[in-house]
Design a protein around this ligand. Sequence first.
Ligand code: C5P
Length: 356
Amino acid sequence: ITPLPFQSVTGRKAFTEADLWGSDAHVLHVGLGHSADLLVIAPCTANTLSKLAHGLADNLLTVTALAAQCPILIAPAMDVGIYSNPATQENVRLLSERKVYFAGPVEGRMASGLTGLGRLVEPAELLGNIRLVLGRAGPLAGRKVVVTAGGTEEPLDPVRVLTNRSSGKQGYAITQAAIDAGATAVLVTAPTCLMPPVGARVIEVHTAQEMLESVLQECPQADALVMAAAVADFRPKRAAQNKLKRRDGIPTIELEAAPDILQAVLKLGTQRPRLVTGFAAESQDLLENAGAKLESKKLDLLVANDISTSDAGFGVDTNRVTILTANAPAESLPLLNKTEVAEILIARIAARLENP
Ligand code: C5P
């Protein structure tokens, strides 16, 4: 690959070995690393890894790394045998001890045709690792945030479930925003089609009962809980042991109440996270219903979303929400994508943890 594609895509100069000996060399050999927030080396070969571990500085990259004041993130890419070689492993250990961060490598097929540990991480995972490192000193550093996401699934029989139209997008975006702000994030998620954010501790659940148990377990050490999941309000009273057959006629399904997670969290008393945020999806009288929910569930924050329009709420990438708090005016946000909603919510949570 020539420098040109990088320059075309970024609109910035791509530096090469030639620059190290050019007219700006005296600045460049230390300057590139100085102005950076993060130095990412992707892909990183075993040879470069070894040079970095031993402080060699014989090319522009290794000089830059040695002079860098910022954190370094390495994404190794090499053949399985090279990566597992004790020399390479020792170099990885040495660098990790010096607080150099690693993304991957991952298992997979390599250029040699072999399969094993040594493949470069996928771009999305690399980006997730970059966000994780850059977020470390954010406003939620040292805080634990628990987020629930997705629609719970309540079994009717071994193959069928009662669920709801939640994609999990909003909850996953909140988890990512919490990580970007430096939080230790725990994502308690019902099944979704989404990739969890890099750095989140993920607890996979299916039913409201399982979500309840995980949330209660995580609450005592949490600073904030964000209940973005669409939790079942009702569940089948009995799940059939075997698949319900058409030939047996149309079954009658009796429902019972599913556990109310926010109610249970309320009862935790002193073990309750300092800030509890609920969601309310409303199709009518948004503010009235949401205000009542804030009060009855004793929430610190309530995100009310209007699901009466097709561009907000379930499945889509955008949301139109109002953030309610107990003793402040409601904050109505315009139509935003779910990432933006998540970032605003996390900023409000960080501010309230800072100044209760
Ligand atoms: O009353 P409603 O179901 O609209 O309340 C929604 C809020 O309550 C959401 O934050 C949701 O995660 C939470 N919830 C819960 N337990 C349930 C149902 C909803 O914690 N069984």
